[in-house]
Design a protein around this ligand. Structure first.
Ligand SMILES: Nc1nc2c(c(=O)[nH]1)N[C@H]1C(S)=C(S)[C@@H](COP(=O)(O)OP(=O)(O)OC[C@H]3O[C@@H](n4cnc5c(=O)[nH]c(N)nc54)[C@H](O)[C@@H]3O)O[C@H]1N2
Ligand SMILES: Nc1nc2c(c(=O)[nH]1)N[C@H]1C(S)=C(S)[C@@H](COP(=O)(O)OP(=O)(O)OC[C@H]3O[C@@H](n4cnc5c(=O)[nH]c(N)nc54)[C@H](O)[C@@H]3O)O[C@H]1N2
Ligand code: SF4
Ligand SMILES: [Mo]
Length: 901
């Protein structure tokens, strides 16, 4: 028998990406990589993974990794230093600024991608020992409205339901959630419910997204009008005998006020239709389905949270569930879908500036309790600044030292140009990162600290259904990367707080966190994992997913509130009467459109990880803006062209996709591109920094904007084994490709300039095809039998075929014919042009799919049987269905965009 290398055994861990929190099995290959598959035993996914999770193995490379601590030296250059020097420097500078300007002059900005243990230490250090509550997190941009809505209604930030409710519901309502792309594995669970139990689905979103199936009710409401819709629903429920009077009576308060306010806002079907821009029939259909279905789950995400009325939207939804008693019962609950892998863990430790710790707030008894538990006499006694306000305080020079961990605020905060300028003013700017370059780091960080990345770090995360899972290390950390908690602990020790930070492992921290959750709790607080406070190290290592609460001596509890038990003083839930919804910004003649921003299927946030995966770079490779055909006509835009999108805050240049799925008067642009991977496509620079009055969450989905066509004379692309710095005048986007680096670009400069740019770094034996008069230049140089670098430029849309050339570039050896054909850039025998990839799992392109449809495939299942497309993660099934619906056999329109790419 061959011995098994213990380092290569399969480790069970949790996905690095979304809040579904899927279990993963990772088997290291001994060369820094790992085979990835879904964990059949994990209760979130039972073995399924989406395209992003499946491609995690392609993101483990070290090309862009930060490996050593670095400090900006006198000449402005980043220099490698020893850990002890970096930590001394950070502690010393923090100490100096705190002594001079007080604790309010320093801040931490954290992330829902940190582990609970990292988050716990950061929060304890800032709030407990430095004595300032200026610690906030990117969850402010993500979940803050849900947190505020929960606290107003339930008295605590409690998610009442669990994933099994999605399997058991008869009606699934999705509000402001593109779950097909953003929570794909949960969406697959809902589809199984639809297929097997006949559950119905309603999607409420200004855009018709891939979440909307053929037989679903789609409510394409006007942006920001969800409060009116759900207020109308409350009235309908009241007027049609659908209330649970008993539940309202026993377990809630404030019902009459809420009804009165709702009646004012949307007292009838027609008033609701008018307020939301929906048809009366659609409103009636929704209300009737909701009223008549006992088992209904209403899921909501960023279309609800990221609004100037986000908290009210949450409460308007929750009100309808309270009024019908449909909360915390099998298949019946309101359900906030969380974004990041540890959005919930961050809320549990108190990562938000207006929470203290362990779901306690800044009330005198809570402050006193946490002070005693932490032995922290200098504990902060009032709330700190929320993200947007924190960066405004930095801009005003009031906050002088900032430590950013696990987030990229120069891209993801609204008014991102303003944020970038603010960061330049800092006296001390520290970043703990995995990557050596992103827009935030590139602003001019003073100290850069290498943190362990997914696959190396170890601790816990909590998913949308309160399930705590282990993230386990299966790779050794590269260079000198350290756990985030360790880095902060070392700084805390140097600040003189050693006794409070004597942690030697993630398990040590977890035990303390669990003990705090149970400290003087006795059922008064929802978050209690006291039964886990004395896990041994080996218990912690072996810990299986567990849903909280895990109270000492109590039975497990999957749901909350079916029979009251709220966390307000009177144990009752509150009906909160929402304000009449008002968008806080108006469109004008100069800014006639509203810019909505969000996500695409195969990229994660600012692409520092998914941007490394060739598989994930295939679906939508360029930054784009989606426009309704009528608006496109009005503003002189055509599909595949470029456009400038302008707001009062900034400007971007994006490819245009014309689509009827977009609402008239609205634009949609994805958030993923940054200065680090594209030019002029950082969409956060367009977004107004307007926030919800209760949650402080910015309204990322409704900034007034204008759009104008922008012309480029040339389009082109380059592929290279080494990273390239494209000429600065070009518009470009970096795309991960097999075997090297890809760049799609457009430009107005002359071709001779591109030729000399190419020649400045390539060897003499450059094969060229040159027709400068016709606007065409193609060139390639080889190393042995494979392409080293190639450049294709052509007029308008005729640069050569990116997908074909990419295929040739990926090959290790090119035959003589292929070499000769290369510069023609056209498809050739044996290398059919598959078109842009739709199915990331099996690499099936749009052209191949369209050919199969033309050949008689009539359903996604047909296509799956012939091409395997859609048969693994299922994320592309909505797109397959759309292609079938759109394409009559041989429809040339299908190939238009493929050709443009
Ligand atoms: N592929 C992928 N998945 C992800 C992520 C990712 O980056 N990529 N990120 C994760 C994170 S952190 C998060 S927070 C989640 C976000 O997940 P989602 O919230 O599902 O994603 P978004 O695309 O931000 O926005 C959802 C929808 O809100 C709609 N919307 C805009 N305005 C309104 C409105 O006024 N009312 C209503 N009802 N809808 C509106 C938008 O049109 C959009 O389709 O995704 C997680 N999953
Ligand atoms: N316009 C607009 N803006 C938005 C949104 C929107 O819909 N529209 N959505 C908002 C939402 S919901 C979110 S969640 C944010 C996300 O926005 P960000 O958090 O800014 O985006 P990420 O790309 O996830 O940034 C994470 C960074 O942390 C690093 N990192 C990853 N893991 C670790 C770790 O363990 N330790 C350390 N130290 N570093 C790590 C990564 O390399 C990366 O640079 O964007 C928000 N901004
Ligand atoms: S749905 Fe996809 S991204 Fe989200 S946790 Fe599961 S595998 Fe990861
Ligand atoms: Mo998020």
């Amino acid at each position: 028998m061959t011995a098994i290398d213990p380092d290569l055994r399969t480790i069970s861990t949790t996905c690095a990406y979304c809040g579904v929190g899927c279990g993963i099995l990772a088997t290291p290959d001994g060369r820094g990589g790992a085979a990835i598959s879904g964990d059949p035993a994990h209760p979130a996914n039972f073995g399924r993974l989406c395209s992003k999770g499946s491609a995690l193995g392609e993101t483990l490379g070290l090309t862009n990794r930060l490996l050593y601590p670095m400090i900006r030296c006198g000449k402005g250059i980043m220099e490698r230093v020893a850990w002890s020097d970096a930590l001394d420097h950070v502690a010393h500078r923090f100490q100096h600024i705190i002594a001079r300007d007080g604790p309010g002059a320093v801040a931490f900005y954290l992330s829902g991608q940190l582990l609970t243990e990292d988050y716990y230490v950061a929060n304890k250090l800032m709030k407990g020992f430095i004595g300032s509550a200026n610690v906030d997190t990117n969850s402010r941009l993500c979940m803050a409205s849900s947190v505020a809505g929960h606290r107003r209604a339930f008295g605590a930030d409690t998610v009442p339901g669990c994933y099994e409710d999605l399997d058991e519901a008869d009606l699934l309502v999705l509000v402001g959630s593109n779950a097909a792309w953003c929570h794909p594995v949960l969406y697959q669970r809902m589809l199984v419910n639809k297929q097997q139990r006949g559950a119905r689905m309603i999607v409420i979103d200004p855009r018709r997204t891939d979440t909307v199936g053929d037989d679903d009710l789609f409510l394409g409401l006007k942006p920001g009008t969800d409060t009116a819709l759900f207020s109308g629903l409350l009235i309908y429920l009241a007027d049609n005998g659908a209330l649970d009077r008993d539940y309202i009576e026993r377990y809630t308060s404030g019902f009459d006020d809420a009804i009165a306010r709702a009646r004012n806002m949307a007292g009838s079907l027609s008033a609701t239709a008018l307020a939301t821009g929906l048809s009366e029939q659609d409103v009636a259909a929704f209300f009737q389905m909701f009223a008549s279905t006992e088992r209904v789950v209403t899921m909501y995400s960023q279309g609800v949270n990221q609004s100037a009325q986000g908290t009210d939207k949450v409460n308007a939804i929750v009100n309808c569930h309270l009024a019908t008693g449909r909360i915390g019962k099998p298949g019946a609950s309101p359900f906030s879908l969380t974004g990041q892998p540890n959005a919930m863990g961050g809320r549990e430790v108190g990562g938000l500036a207006n929470q203290l710790a362990a779901h306690m707030g800044f009330t005198p008894p809570d402050i006193d309790r946490v002070r005693r538990f932490w032995k922290a006499p200098r504990i902060a006694t009032h709330e700190g600044l929320k993200a947007v306000q924190m960066f405004e305080a930095i801009a005003r020079g009031e906050i002088k030292a900032l430590w950013v961990m696990g987030t990229n605020p120069a891209v993801s905060l609204p008014n991102a140009d303003g944020v970038r300028e603010a960061l330049k003013k800092l006296e001390l700017f520290v970043v703990s990162e995995n990557v050596i370059s992103n827009d935030t780091v590139d602003v001019g960080v003073h100290v850069l600290l290498p943190a362990q990345a997914w696959g190396e770090k170890s601790g816990t995360v909590t998913n949308s259904e309160r399930c705590i899972s282990r993230q386990r290390a299966f790779l050794s950390p590269p260079g000198e990367a350290k756990p985030d908690w360790w880095i902060m602990g070392e700084v805390a020790r140097r600040l003189g707080f050693g006794a409070g930070f004597d942690f030697h492992s993630a398990a040590d921290i977890f035990r303390e966190h669990a003990a705090l959750s149970a400290f003087e709790n006795e059922g008064a607080r929802d978050f209690d994992i006291g039964a886990l406070q004395s896990l041994s190290d080996s218990d912690f290592d072996a810990m299986v997913p567990v849903q909280w609460p895990v109270r000492q001596g109590n039975e497990p509890q999957a749901r909350f509130f079916a029979e009251g038990g709220f966390f307000a003083n009177d144990f009752k839930a509150r009906f909160v009467a929402p304000e009449i919804p008002a968008l806080r910004t108006e469109t004008t003649a100069a800014r006639p459109l509203r810019l909505n921003t969000g996500r695409i299927r195969d990229q994660w946030h600012t692409m520092t990880r998914t941007g490394e995966s060739p598989r994930l770079g295939q679906h939508l490779p360029e930054p784009f803006v989606e426009v309704h055909p009528d608006d496109a006509a009005r503003h002189g835009l055509a599909d595949g062209d470029f456009a400038r999108v302008t707001t009062d805050y900034g400007q971007c240049t994006l490819r245009v996709i014309v689509s009827e799925r977009q609402q008239r008067g609205m634009l949609f642009a994805p958030i993923h591109w940054s200065e680090a991977n594209a030019t002029g496509a950082r969409v956060g620079s367009l977004v107004a920094p307007i926030t919800d009055p209760f949650s402080g969450q910015p309204e990322n989905k409704a900034t007034p904007a204008s759009i104008t066509p922008y012309e480029y004379v040339f389009r082109g692309f380059a592929l290279s084994r080494k990273p390239l710095a494209l000429p600065e005048h070009a518009w470009s986007a970096r795309v991960a490709v097999s075997g090297g680096h890809g760049y799609l670009f457009a430009d107005n400069a002359d071709l001779a300039g591109w030729q000399s740019w190419l020649k400045s770094f390539t060897t003499d034996d450059l094969a060229e095809y040159k027709d400068f008069g016709g606007g065409v230049y193609r060139a390639a140089c080889f190393s042995g039998d494979r392409i080293e670098t190639c450049l294709f430029i052509g007029p308008a849309r005729d640069a050569g075929d990116w997908n074909v050339v990419k295929g040739l570039f990926a090959a290790d050896t090119l035959g003589t014919d292929q070499r000769r054909m290369l510069l023609s850039g056209k498809s050739m025998d044996g290398l059919a042009n598959a078109g842009p990839i739709v199915c990331a799992c099996f690499g099936v392109g749009r052209n191949t799919i369209c050919d199969t449809i033309a050949g008689g495939a009539r359903s996604a299942a047909d296509i799956g049987a012939r091409l395997k497309a859609g048969t693994n993660c299922g994320s592309c099934i909505p797109e397959l269905k759309r292609l079938i619906a759109q394409a009559g056999p041989g429809d040339p329109a299908q190939r238009k965009l493929a050709a443009a790419n």
